[in-house]
Design a protein around this ligand. Structure first.
Ligand code: UD1
Length: 354
């Protein structure tokens, strides 16, 4: 049996496609939800919409400082994994959240091998909680699934070269599977607070680096306010708190967090994306939408090569890159291989663990 540990919104999306492939191969999976994300629109809506198998258990850790949140997860994960030690052959974790690190550390402490999906990503920015989580998780893992050749190289630089598999990106499989559903089921006019025929920019901001300082967030918002186009911003709860008392320019329209299908639909009909999310940078690329990333660096370096994605670490660069599109004819497939990543992961795990 495989125990999969999930906790945050993007992990539910990634797990949906991998779990489906594990099921096809008859591999038994025990899903543990740490409860890092707990609001209905951050968690439940994804489980329902993506038809993820219900978690065997929800550890209900909720929000807390990183230290307390990870400590609570560790304590509860240990308690729930312990009785199944003779059955669990592997723990599967995704990405770089606090749930990823806690899952990998709890398993490693109990002697259970860990497989890490999205292994080898690096921003080389140690002020990012996600960078700390992913580096530590890689060094606790035994099996590594990388989205690209770059991840394999970065792991090698850290001395990791055994059981490293370049399989592509599971989010590409999710997009392939769910985009037709999003196009069929979701009505833009039910989501957008303005005429759905109008051109708009999709905006998301939720990273600690952009929301911790009110001044930083206020200056980003002010710059987005000058772009001369409607902006639609589905707001993450962390940013909702940070937005209190800030005055919004008239062209920025807020909404609550969207479901996965809603997000795909909105992105697919947007003019451009401005974001600090990791996953959305790739989704924009696959949907051929130019993206501006509000950070000094990105782990998804391949998306920068032909300027479909541009970094804008400050408001001046945001204004200056906004008018520039990608080079004509420069789009090429990224993070996708002949065998879909989710299928390759299930096949490899099946070969190793039978
Ligand atoms: C986490 C991940 C981040 C990922 C993001 C996806 C870490 C360190 N970061 O960030 O990499 O991009 O998930 O969404 O794990 N909150 C709610 N309701 C919820 C969840 C959170 O109100 O259901 C609020 C809480 O006030 C909480 C804050 O949002 O303190 C931040 O939540 P947290 O899970 O700590 O990190 P995210 O910002 O969601």
């Amino acid at each position: 049996m495989i125990a999969t540990i999930l906790g945050a919104r993007p992990q539910f999306i990634k797990a949906a496609v991998v779990s489906a492939e594990l099921k096809k191969l008859g591999i038994e999976e025990y899903i543990i939800h740490t409860g890092q994300h707990y609001d209905a629109n951050m968690s439940e809506v994804f489980w329902k919409e993506l038809e993820l198998p219900s978690p065997a258990i929800n550890l209900n850790v909720g929000s807390a400082s990183p230290g307390k949140q990870i400590a609570l997860m560790l304590e509860r994960l240990e308690a729930y994994l312990m009785p199944f030690l003779d059955k669990i052959r592997l723990v599967l974790v995704y990405g770089d959240t606090n749930s990823t690190l806690a899952g990998a550390l709890a398993a490693a402490n109990l002697g259970i091998p860990v497989a890490h999906i999205e292994a080898g990503l690096r921003s080389f920015d140690k002020t990012m909680p996600e960078e700390i989580n992913r580096v530590l998780t890689d060094h606790l893992s035994r099996i590594f699934f990388c989205s690209s050749a770059q991840g394999v190289k970065w792991l090698k630089r850290e001395g990791i070269d055994d059981q490293v598999y370049e399989v592509g990106d599971v989010m590409a499989d999710a997009l392939t599977r769910y985009l037709p559903l999003a196009e069929e089921k979701i009505r833009l006019e039910n989501i957008l607070p303005f005429d759905a025929g109008e051109q708009f920019i999709l905006l998301t901001i939720h990273r600690q680096s952009n929301t911790m300082s009110k001044d930083r967030l206020a200056s980003l918002i002010e710059a987005v306010g000058t772009l001369g186009m409607r902006v639609f911003w589905p707001v993450h709860p962390r940013s909702q708190q940070a937005l209190k008392d800030l005055k919004l320019p008239n062209n920025i329209h807020l909404a609550g967090p969207l479901s996965y299908l809603e997000m795909l639909k909105v992105l697919n009909h947007s003019y451009k994306l401005i974001t600090d999310s990791g996953g959305l940078q790739k989704e924009a690329y696959w949907l051929k939408k130019p993206c501006i990333t509000l950070r000094t660096e990105t782990e998804w370096v391949e998306t920068l090569e032909n300027k479909w994605n541009r970094l804008a670490p400050d408001t001046e660069s945001l204004r200056s890159v906004f008018g520039h599109g990608p080079e004509a004819g420069s789009w090429k497939p990224l993070y996708t291989y002949a065998e879909p990543a989710s299928k390759a992961i299930a096949r490899i795990l099946g070969e190793i663990y039978g």
